[in-house]
Design a binder for this molecule. Structure first.
Ligand SMILES: [Zn+2]
Length: 540
């Protein structure tokens, strides 16, 4: 049985040029040394790895020799953050090329992301909901480039709809994501029918060919420092290598998302899109946005400290290696600017964090506030107020002040009583009035800063709730979403002839990437950004 990376590479005819040969030197190596610097890039390649925590590339560095290793030889910011509080996928992607925090993009959580029944998928499995960027507010680098040169064109691809859509903002570009029916699709927000090249790619039915395949370790099992069989991983079932794809094609097309194959398929599709759309071949600056999602799916199932997570990064390093080698065959490396980041970081499995002493005391618990919410709502009901006046959404509370005032209740008293009750619950670190947090000392209180960057100024939210470190609202095996550094930290990397290679320790935010790439492309953001240009990494 052939491994699935080999299979995908064979399908693309890429094996000989990349995977088998290892790192291939190209003119990008000369560009790395700063031999030639054109005026503006013809192509900006923006890579987002879903759930790539800031320390992960260093953690696995000894095993990364291809794509990651190459990009790490660029300008690498190692003290970088998605500097907002609800560190989920949608807010993270919306902040990448907009240069703005969720408080400005309006994409404050996954549920406030791209799901939109008003737009349907052009091809999709039964029950898959449509998607659009209509909740995204403002502009992105794509719009700034288009304002300068209307020929500017973007191609954005990912497994996830939100990861393909949000980096581009509202612009109607070539935006595609993966359906569990095994095809790449888009919604009728973007177009009325799939282009011929997308249909031809889908007709190859690569995902279906994985029925009955295995996800095996790429190295000798003794070379992995992590144990494989850990009871907390994947709730104790199917948590050891090799991982088996279901025998049926429908099952395989869905299961593929939880393996490194998803990312190699995404890379293949992105390269085919580059060939077919001509993105990056004109005199103007175009964008290719690629988001790799397998790290997230695997991390949620097995945790960030699993052998699966380690193996996945080795495989993504290989995928990025042949992706970059192929990219530089299709486009002149002296005209290509590459950036890489993550949409959020990741927390350890709470039970594991407690067992190994990383989480202590009230840390690393699974928490909910349903009893406290029910108590408030019972009080409202008794006073004749509709219980929907108390809007509770996991970590935020909004109170309909007019409704409770009409019933002669005091809104602030209701909120204060909830705060007191919530603070009694083990695992709750703090419950704050958002209005107070906006006035906090942002240098010494990063949690306040991240909440302030999260909630739009015109939001009805009154209270924000922060768990203790390593604690979860969720029953999922492992997750992210907190304002703590482990969930907010991500790498920020720039690679191309415009930057000075090096390891930068300056405190940096992902919102600085959009303005920095705009400066490299010689365009100005058409609105105020939260981020700034990272001039220290740019050549004069
Ligand atoms: Zn996730």
């Amino acid at each position: 049985m052939i491994s699935h990376t080999t299979r995908a590479a064979l399908a693309a005819g890429l094996l000989a040029s990349s995977v088998a040969c290892g790192r291939v030197a190209s003119s990008a190596e000369a560009a790395e040394a700063g031999v030639q610097q054109p005026l503006a890039p013809r192509l900006i390649v923006f890579i987002t790895v879903d759930q790539l925590r800031g320390d992960m590339l260093d953690r696995y560095r000894g095993d990364l020799h291809l794509g990651f290793a190459r990009l790490m030889r660029g300008a690498m910011f190692v003290n970088a953050f998605q500097d907002h509080a609800i560190t989920e996928t949608a807010p993270g992607h919306a902040s990448t090329m907009s240069g703005r925090f969720p408080s400005s993009t309006g994409i404050t959580s996954n549920t406030a992301g791209v799901v939109d029944p008003a737009f349907h998928l052009l091809t999709g499995a039964r029950g898959e909901v449509g998607a659009s960027p209509l909740r995204f507010q403002g502009t992105t680098l794509t719009d700034w480039l288009s304002a300068k040169d209307s020929r500017s064109h973007a191609l954005s691809v990912s497994m996830k709809d939100r990861a393909a859509i949000l980096p581009i903002g509202r612009s109607k570009q070539d935006v595609y994501w993966y359906s569990v029916n095994g095809s790449f699709t888009t919604s009728n927000y973007y177009r009325d029918s799939l282009p011929a090249w997308v249909m031809a790619f889908n007709a190859r039915r690569i995902p279906a060919s994985y029925a009955g395949a295995e996800w095996r370790l790429s190295r000798d099992s003794a070379k992995y420092s992590e144990p494989d069989a850990v009871p907390y991983e994947n709730k104790g079932v199917n948590n050891v290598f090799p991982h088996l794809f279901p025998d049926d094609t429908a099952g395989a097309m869905s299961y593929l998302r939880a393996t490194p194959t998803m990312d190699s398929l995404t890379a293949l599709f992105a390269l085919e899109g580059l060939r077919q759309t001509g993105v990056g071949s004109g005199p103007q600056t175009d964008i290719l946005a690629v988001s790799f999602s397998a790290t997230d799916v695997i991390g949620h199932a097995y945790g960030p400290d699993s052998r699966e997570a380690h193996e996945n990064e080795i495989r993504l390093d290989q995928t990025l290696g042949w992706f970059l080698d192929s990219l530089y065959k299709l486009r002149d490396s002296n005209a290509v600017m590459v950036a890489l980041t993550g949409d959020h970081g990741m927390s350890p499995i709470p039970e594991l964090a407690r067992a190994r002493g990383e989480a202590t005391g009230d840390q690393g618990l699974r928490v909910n506030l349903w009893d406290q919410v029910d108590a408030v709502r019972a009080g409202l009901h008794a006073a004749g107020v509709d219980t929907t006046a108390f809007v509770y959404d996991v970590e935020t509370v909004a109170l309909d002040r007019a409704a409770v005032t009409r019933a002669h209740l005091k809104p602030d008293s209701i909120l204060d009583a909830f705060v007191r009750a919530a603070k009694q619950v083990r695992g709750i670190a703090r419950v704050d009035r958002i209005a107070q947090l906006r006035k906090a000392d942002f240098v010494h209180d990063p949690i306040a800063r991240r909440w302030s960057h999260q909630i739009p100024p015109d939001s009805p939210v009154d209270l924000v709730i922060t768990l203790t470190r390593y604690s979860y609202w969720s029953s999922i095996v492992a997750t992210h979403g907190s304002p703590y550094d482990q969930d907010a930290s991500v790498p920020v990397i720039f690679y191309g002839p415009w930057v000075k290679p090096g390891r930068y320790t300056t405190f940096t935010r992902v919102v600085d990437m959009g303005p920095t790439l705009a400066a490299i492309a010689g365009v100005k953001p058409t609105e105020r950004t939260d981020g700034v240009v990272l001039r220290e990494a740019l050549k004069p």
